[in-house]
Ligand binder design. Sequence first.
Ligand SMILES: NC(=O)c1ccc[n+]([C@@H]2O[C@H](COP(=O)([O-])OP(=O)(O)OC[C@H]3O[C@@H](n4cnc5c(N)ncnc54)[C@H](OP(=O)(O)O)[C@@H]3O)[C@@H](O)[C@H]2O)c1
Length: 117
Amino acid sequence: MVLLALAKSAVRYPSPPGHEVFVANSRGPETLSALAVETGATAVPVREAVRGVDLVVVTIPLKNVASLPADLFAGTPAAVVVVDTCNYYPRQRDGRIEGIEGACRKAGGSSSSWAGR
Ligand SMILES: NC(=O)c1ccc[n+]([C@@H]2O[C@H](COP(=O)([O-])OP(=O)(O)OC[C@H]3O[C@@H](n4cnc5c(N)ncnc54)[C@H](OP(=O)(O)O)[C@@H]3O)[C@@H](O)[C@H]2O)c1
């Protein structure tokens, strides 16, 4: 199994035996070299990180989800599980995001349904 984590908090632990873990951020893999050494994860560019993986964990400030490439998951098979750990903090960090506010007014709507789009 291959696991991708966008951002660092998901990979603060050593990569589990038998699993290959990739990590990416917005500044490029060279800025994650210390984390890669610490954890055994492989630092890669964001676009490379979602290729050929079984599980994707997106764990970045929620407001930054909008800055991910719009076609990031265009070639990702439907069977790949994408976990969104992001929290919505409109007052403290993210500002008011109208797409989320609108989604939350609908039955079953959530910040994850906004992030998923
Ligand atoms: N569900 C839970 O239990 C739980 C617990 C803790 C945190 N969270 C949520 O998880 C998310 C991350 O939390 P955190 O504490 O790890 O935040 P953090 O310390 O601010 O980590 C942010 C990371 O995201 C990267 N990043 C930012 N923008 C990016 C982008 N556009 N593309 C790729 N990487 C990007 C940053 O690297 P660069 O700046 O170098 O790009 C940094 O490594 C937040 O939404 C937080 O609310 C959830």
